[in-house]
Design a binder for this molecule. Structure first.
Ligand SMILES: [Zn+2]
Length: 466
């Protein structure tokens, strides 16, 4: 984690700005931010020796209290699911990248990961996974959750510790959970956000995928990330590497149910902005400045965010009209390897009203986001709902109908008044229009919440007029 952020601070952001003539595409403006993980760093433990000692003493006491055996009962059979997920309301194409693997080289000042590379640091006993982009914004908004990677019993937990560390702070302890699995192995989830750790206590059980907390930067951490560590027993010296590969000396095969590729190249997110996002230094929170509703004909930026960009690959971008025809398209050839990167191009928005799509295709996957042109012209404001669904207008007359694009299918719709009381509830709502006439809704500030069972919005302000 440290290496990347430190390098990031040195990276020069190349951002020049010019507006292209309407709808004429010249060479795009580009900006990038990236960092390298190729070089090994000095020893920078995510968990300090003192913190490990306290942890093991806590585990001894808790095992005694729960009547558990500290040694592995059998050979290790536990397989792990991914320990992170997007919270309700976050629908990015992806949201994380791996910053460091386990160090397989036990020689001091020497590093080697499971694939014989150098994506680790000395004496690192876990896997570091960081949200991207906007890791502090995601932390503030509770958008990336830590979940149990396998079923088991909570054998230790801590919460209430400071959670916005940006460098290694001596004596800084983390918010964490440790789970003991049926075969006696343990998994550790470190650095969580303050006051977000599961309310379950030591001795209670969790199932795979169950909420444990929100990704934060408590303890020895330089920015929000999860340190995920696995041990055959309750002892840290029995740690294993969940990734199976020829340079993994600690275990024969992968411990993941689905092991990710070593280089997991992919498109993570696309966005359209008229105001550039702001990326201040940790601990300040980023400002994404994203929107999905714009005036036609104005200058805008189109962003793509990439994980494990590889030299020699290219990305293809398209802006599609409401009828699916291509409004504009361009490609970008990459010449560098970056663990994460973002790129932007300035274009002029179309002038014709409607819902458009911005999409980027990279490494066999397409990531897209709808945006609407001219919803502001009648003093309306569009907000994003479920999985890219837009609803408009807002403010809206109680004699009118809320429109959804694309249409909702089996969604739950809740409208609250300013007192937080539900004044309209629609379950299994399907369609593109919700009439408000004859529903006895009063003018004033309301809130609307949409969920489709998989994702949803938080309450979004909805202003009703006569
Ligand atoms: Zn770590």
């Amino acid at each position: 984690m440290h290496q990347q952020l430190k390098t990031l601070a040195l990276v020069v952001y190349i951002f020049t700005s010019f507006q292209l003539q309407a709808q004429v595409l010249n060479e795009p403006e580009e900006g990038h931010s990236a960092d390298f993980t190729e070089e090994p760093g000095p020893e920078r433990p995510c968990i300090s020796a003192e913190e490990y000692e306290v942890m093991e003493k806590t585990l001894q006491e808790n095992y005694l209290m729960l009547g558990l055996d500290q040694k592995a009962i059998t050979a290790m059979t536990t397989k792990f699911a991914w320990p992170l997920r997007q919270a309700n309301g976050l629908n990015d194409c992806s949201y994380y990248y791996i910053t460091n693997f386990v160090d397989q080289d036990t020689t001091a000042d020497s590093t080697r990961d499971w694939n014989c590379g150098k994506r680790t640091y000395d004496d690192h006993k876990g896997v570091d996974i960081a949200p991207y982009p906007y890791s502090l914004y995601k932390m503030d908004s509770n958008q990336v959750e830590v979940v149990a990677a396998a079923p088991g019993t909570i054998v230790a937990r801590a919460d209430g510790r400071f959670d916005k560390n940006c460098d290694w702070v001596s004596g800084s302890d983390a918010n964490y959970v440790i789970i003991r699995h049926q075969d006696g192995s343990t998994s550790r989830y470190w650095h969580m956000k303050k006051n977000t750790v599961t309310s379950k206590v030591v001795g209670q059980t969790v199932v795979t995928g169950e909420y444990l907390g929100v990704v934060g930067s408590s303890g020895r951490s330089t920015g929000p990330h999860l340190h995920f560590e696995v041990s055959r027993t309750s002892n840290r010296s029995d740690y294993v590497d969940p990734f199976g590969g020829i340079c993994n000396a600690s275990n024969d095969s992968t411990l993941w149910i689905n092991q990710l590729p070593y280089i997991d190249t992919g498109i993570m997110k696309v966005s359209t902005n008229t105001i550039s996002p702001v990326f201040p230094a940790c601990p300040q929170t980023e400002t994404p400045n994203e929107d999905s509703c714009f005036l036609g004909g104005v200058s805008a930026k189109f962003y793509i965010f990439i994980r494990n960009q590889r030299a020699g690959t290219s990305a293809a971008m398209r802006i599609l009209r409401p009828d699916g025809s291509v409004f504009s398209s361009w490609t970008k050839d990459f010449t560098d390897n970056f663990s994460r990167s973002y790129w932007s191009w300035t274009r002029t928005y179309p002038t014709a009203t409607g819902t458009y799509m911005f999409e980027a295709s990279y490494n066999g996957k397409v990531c897209s986001k709808p945006f609407r042109i001219n919803c502001n012209l009648t003093d309306t404001k569009t907000k994003e709902g479920v999985a890219g669904t837009l609803f408009f207008p807002n403010p809206i007359s109680t004699q009118s109908a809320i429109q959804f694009e694309p249409a909702l299918n089996g969604a739950t719709l809740l409208i609250y008044n300013s007192m937080g009381i539900v004044v309209q509830r629609h379950t299994n709502f399907t369609g593109s229009s919700l009439p408000l006439q004859n529903t006895h809704l009063q003018p004033g500030v309301h809130y609307i919440q949409i969920a489709d069972g998989v994702s949803g919005t938080g309450p979004v302000k909805l202003v009703l007029t006569d």
